[in-house]
Design a protein around this ligand. Structure first.
Ligand SMILES: Nc1nc2c(ncn2[C@@H]2O[C@H](COP(=O)(O)OP(=O)(O)OP(=O)(O)O)[C@@H](O)[C@H]2O)c(=O)[nH]1
Ligand SMILES: [Mg+2]
Length: 312
C-alpha cells in the first residue's frame, strides 16, 4: 500500500471508478510529422501550437484526453532531429526525457515521406530511454496519400518496429481513425484513477500558453530561418475590468530580423498581433490587449546562458 496520493511532477492520482484506465502517452517522431496536430485532433481543442515549419514544438506540454472511463495524459514532444545548435540539442533532450516518463509511445511517420535513418535513430532512442513503454506505430497525414501508399507505409513501419506492435493509419480529419487510435492507446495504459481533474485539457501556465500562441501567429507569417529565431516571453499580465492586458517580448537573433518581424510601418507585427489576439481570446474566453515588443537576443539559439534564461 502507498501512503497518500501518488504524485508525478504536477499530476496527482485521484479516486476514479473501478475499471478506470489512466496513463501517460507521447508521440515521437521527426519534426513536422504531425504530432501536435494529432494531439489537438484527439483532444478536440487547439491545445498545442502547430505550423508548417519544422521544430515548432519546443516544450514537453501535457494535454489531457478525458472520457467517462479513461484519461490519457498525452505529452507533446519536440521532433527529434540532427542537432545544429545548442537549442536543437536541448530540444532532443526534452523529447528523450519525455519518452522516459510514459507508458506508451506512439511512433509517428507521415504517409507522404519515406522511412529513413532519422526514423531509425528515433526508434533506437525510444527503446533506450523507455525500455518498458509499449510502442505503437502511427502513420500520420494519410489524407495526403492514397490507400495503396498508406498500406505500403503501414507495412514498412510494421517491419521497422518488428513483431508484436500495432500499427495504425490516421489523419487528423478522420473521427473514426482518431477514435480507433484513442481506443488502442487506452487499452495500453494501466488501470487506475485519473492523474488530473477530469475537466482539465492542458497542463501549462496561462503565460506559457499565451507566449506559444503569439509564437504560432509569428510562425504563420515568417519564412526561412526566421521561425527558428523567434522566441516569445510573456513579461507581465494585468486585468483591467473585462480586459486582459498582456505585455510580451518577441525575441529574434539579429537586428536585421527585428526589422522583418516589425515590417514596413509595423505592418507585420500588427498582423501577428491581430492573429495572436484572436487565438488568445478564443482560448481564454476573455477580451485581450496584446502589447508586443520586438527585441534582439543575439544568437540566443547558440548561447547556453540565454537558453537557460528562456527555460530550455
Ligand atoms: N494534410 C494533413 N496535414 C497535416 C496533418 N497533421 C498535421 N498536418 C500538417 O503538418 C504540419 C506539421 O504539423 P505539426 O502538428 O506542427 O507537426 P509536429 O510533428 O508537431 O512538428 P514539430 O513540433 O516541429 O516536431 C502542419 O502544417 C500541419 O498542418 C494531417 O493529418 N493531414
Ligand atoms: Mg509539434
Amino acid at each position: 500500500m502507498t501512503a497518500g496520493p501518488v504524485s508525478f511532477d504536477g499530476a496527482a492520482r485521484r479516486g476514479g471508478p473501478d475499471g478506470f484506465r489512466s496513463g501517460f502517452v507521447c508521440f515521437a517522431g521527426r519534426p513536422n510529422v504531425g504530432k501536435s496536430s494529432l494531439i489537438n485532433a484527439l483532444v478536440g481543442e487547439e491545445v498545442m501550437i502547430t505550423s508548417a515549419h519544422p521544430q515548432t514544438t519546443r516544450r514537453a506540454v501535457r494535454a489531457i484526453l478525458n472520457a467517462p472511463e479513461h484519461q490519457l495524459v498525452i505529452v507533446d514532444t519536440p521532433g527529434v532531429h540532427r542537432p545544429r545548435t545548442a537549442l536543437s540539442e536541448r530540444l532532443n533532450d526534452t523529447a528523450a526525457a519525455a519518452f522516459a516518463e510514459v507508458d506508451v509511445v506512439g511512433f509517428c511517420v507521415p504517409a507522404d515521406e519515406d522511412i529513413g535513418p532519422g526514423d531509425r535513430f528515433i526508434l533506437d532512442q525510444v527503446r533506450r530511454e523507455a525500455p518498458k513503454a509499449k510502442v505503437v506505430g502511427i502513420v500520420t497525414k494519410i489524407d495526403k496519400r492514397g490507400r495503396e501508399r498508406t498500406a505500403e507505409q503501414l507495412l514498412q513501419l510494421s517491419e521497422l518496429l518488428g513483431p508484436g506492435h500495432e500499427v495504425v493509419p490516421v489523419s487528423r480529419q478522420s473521427p473514426e481513425q482518431l477514435a480507433a487510435l484513442a481506443e488502442l492507446l487506452v487499452g495500453l495504459v494501466p488501470e487506475g484513477p485519473p492523474w488530473y481533474p477530469t475537466d482539465q485539457v492542458v497542463d501549462d501556465s496561462d503565460e506559457a500558453r499565451v507566449a506559444e500562441l503569439i509564437r504560432e501567429a509569428a510562425l504563420g507569417r515568417l519564412r526561412e530561418e526566421l521561425p527558428h529565431s523567434v522566441m516569445v516571453v510573456v513579461e507581465e499580465t494585468e486585468r483591467k475590468k473585462d480586459l486582459w492586458v498582456v505585455y510580451a517580448s518577441v525575441f529574434v537573433e539579429r537586428s536585421s530580423q527585428k526589422a522583418i518581424v516589425i515590417g514596413a510601418r509595423g505592418s507585420v507585427l500588427r498582423e501577428i498581433g491581430i492573429a495572436a489576439r484572436s487565438r488568445v481570446e478564443a482560448a481564454f474566453g476573455t477580451r485581450v490587449h496584446l502589447d508586443l515588443r520586438v527585441k534582439v537576443a543575439k544568437d540566443w539559439q547558440r548561447d547556453p546562458k540565454q537558453l537557460d534564461r528562456f527555460g530550455f
